[in-house]
Design a protein around this ligand. Structure first.
Ligand SMILES: Cc1cc2nc3c(=O)[nH]c(=O)nc-3n(C[C@H](O)[C@H](O)[C@H](O)COP(=O)(O)OP(=O)(O)OC[C@H]3O[C@@H](n4cnc5c(N)ncnc54)[C@H](O)[C@@H]3O)c2cc1C
Length: 504
């Protein structure tokens, strides 16, 4: 029988954040500004912050503002384009940019170019039908002040100027078109996560790496008692907090289940893995300067829309292509092969089985994707770069995304592609599930956690919230002047020159 080495130490604190990814980092940074006296503790099972999905090599680093992602702008049956999802995502990204600007202006984080770079965002399509769709989308979006500055072209000479690497040796006579907007960004979410945790450390936040939260229960006084294992020594400690945030990425579902809150029942998770191809050959990387999103192949989930991105990581420019989705039963890149099976509980088994039946096609697609050879992946890449050479490109394994499965009015076991905040009715615990649009919207999602879990403080915190996020509580779309003001001020503070030019 295994003996558990228990520590007698028991601590009590205001807030515990489980996981040191971008979500906990953002919530910690917001709370430290709103309630500086609150004691915050972080438990992270790995040895550093930002090592799972938030790591720069585990995600695509797109500052998702719905400038180029075609899955946010679907075509309605009457042929018109629905841009409501794009508006929501864009507004959420403006919230992130405002908070990051506040942190830079207040000197709480350093040089913004260590985590954010201006980069044109483009959509690229081929085939007559897709070109017509893109044109309609462009017209619908440019009528909206949030997407001002977007350009459209189906002229090969213009496209050659915008995306020379993609136009070189393009033999096909098929019609092609692209849109381009210079206010896009490439974000190093790993660097941002680390910067935020460095900042939190200076504010007396106790960050415990190599500490895995294995279980939790509600204590008699309504607070939460966590069983935390020191990964190196195996010693198990107990830590109490009045509020717990489960920001454990793919690990969140299991911990939510362990909390036993009724709001977490009936929810399941479906893991989708990702692979990218990376080119670090400077000669090739220098010929491309954009994030170019295409259309997802038929049957592919929205998160596997192919895109060719310029990335800025460790002051080096590289190119990233993908993601190629795949199937792995792990919920974290560093997770276990039993993650999927152990997430099936009596209370979510019907939901999970219903999703299994409905999503047979998706599972088959993902398994086929895992089996693709490098040459097959190169073929997909050559739709973007016709003369791409195999020796310039390496495969890298990206992070795991655990998509939420839940029962909705449209049916049992429906796969969700967004993020979901699940919180207890008394606001003492909240978990973040799902991964899309992801890190880009961390600030709005963490504001949702704050609104749900600390409603009694919101009035008192409102002036500070407005100082940090001038558009707090305001729909940007109804305030074109505020949009302009925010674009100009965040571009100046975050060093996004492209944005400044546009704002002139
Ligand atoms: C392939 C891919 C591409 C993506 N592209 C983009 C993109 O272009 N733009 C974008 O905005 N978003 C993107 N995302 C989504 C984005 O990466 C995630 O939404 C975001 O990083 C999630 O942050 P997090 O803090 O919730 O989780 P994570 O960064 O995964 O952090 C969770 C942390 O919790 C820790 N943990 C887990 N269980 C425990 C436990 N029991 N005890 C202690 N610690 C624990 C983990 O070790 C980890 O460090 C992408 C994701 C993937 C996988």
């Amino acid at each position: 029988m295994r003996t558990v080495n228990m520590s007698n130490e028991q601590t009590s604190t205001d807030v515990i954040l489980i996981g040191a990814g971008i979500m906990s980092a953002t919530l910690g940074a917001l709370l430290k500004e709103l309630a500086p006296d609150w004691k915050i503790r972080v438990f992270e099972k790995l040895s550093k912050a930002g090592e799972e999905s938030s790591n720069e090599w585990n995600n695509a680093g797109t500052g998702h503002a719905a400038l180029c992602e075609l899955n946010y702008t679907s075509e309605k049956p009457d042929g018109s384009i629905d841009i409501s999802k794009a508006i929501k995502v864009n507004e959420e990204y403006q919230v992130s940019k405002q908070f990051w600007s506040y942190l830079v202006e207040s000197k709480l984080i350093r040089n913004p170019q260590d985590f954010i770079m201006p980069l044109p965002h483009m959509s690229f399509v081929h085939g007559e039908k897709n070109v017509a769709y893109l044109k309609k989308r462009y017209e619908a979006m440019t009528a909206n002040p949030l997407f001002e500055g977007m350009e459209f072209s189906d002229d090969p000479a213009t496209l050659k100027k915008w995306i020379p690497l993609m136009m070189n040796e393009r033999a096909s006579k098929e019609p092609i078109a692209a849109t381009k907007i210079d206010t896009g960004t490439d974000v190093n979410f790993g660097a941002l996560t680390r910067m935020l945790f460095d900042h939190l450390k200076t504010k007396n936040v106790e960050i415990n790496y190599k500490h895995s939260v294995d279980n939790m229960r509600r204590a008699n006084d309504g607070s939460w008692e966590l069983k935390v294992r020191n990964v190196d020594s195996g010693v198990v400690e107990r830590h109490k907090a009045k509020f717990v945030f489960i920001g454990s990425g793919g690990g969140s579902l299991h911990l939510l289940q362990k909390s036993g809150i009724p709001e977490g029942r009936g929810i399941g998770g479906f893991p989708v893995s990702g692979l990218f191809m990376v080119c670090t050959n400077p000669e090739v990387a220098e010929q491309h300067h954009a994030k170019v999103y295409g259309k997802a192949p038929v049957g592919a989930p929205p998160m596997s829309v192919p895109h060719l991105d310029t990335r800025y990581i460790d002051n080096k420019k590289s190119l990233l292509f993908g993601p190629f989705a795949g199937f792995s039963p792990k919920f974290l890149k560093t997770g276990s092969m039993f993650d999927l099976i152990t997430s099936v509980k009596p209370y979510n088994v019907v939901t999970m089985l219903s999703a299994g039946v409905k999503e047979m096609g998706l599972t088959k697609y993902l398994i086929e994707q895992v089996m693709l050879s490098k040459e097959k992946r190169m073929e997909a890449l050559r739709e973007f770069i016709p003369n791409a050479k195999s020796e310039d490109w390496d495969l890298v394994v990206a992070g795991q995304r655990v998509q939420v499965i839940k029962d909705t009015p449209t049916g049992r076991g429906t796969l969700q592609f967004g993020t979901e905040v699940i919180s207890a009715a008394d606001g003492s615990i909240a978990a973040l599930l799902g991964a899309s649009p992801g890190a880009s919207t961390a600030v709005s999602v963490m504001l949702e956690v704050i609104n749900r879990c600390f409603p009694q403080h919101i009035k008192e915190w409102e002036p500070k919230l407005k100082k940090m996020i001038p558009s707090y509580g305001v729909k940007l779309l109804q305030n074109p002047e505020l949009i302009h003001e925010i674009h100009t001020s965040t571009a100046r503070t975050l060093g996004l020159a492209g944005e400044l030019q546009r704002a002139k």
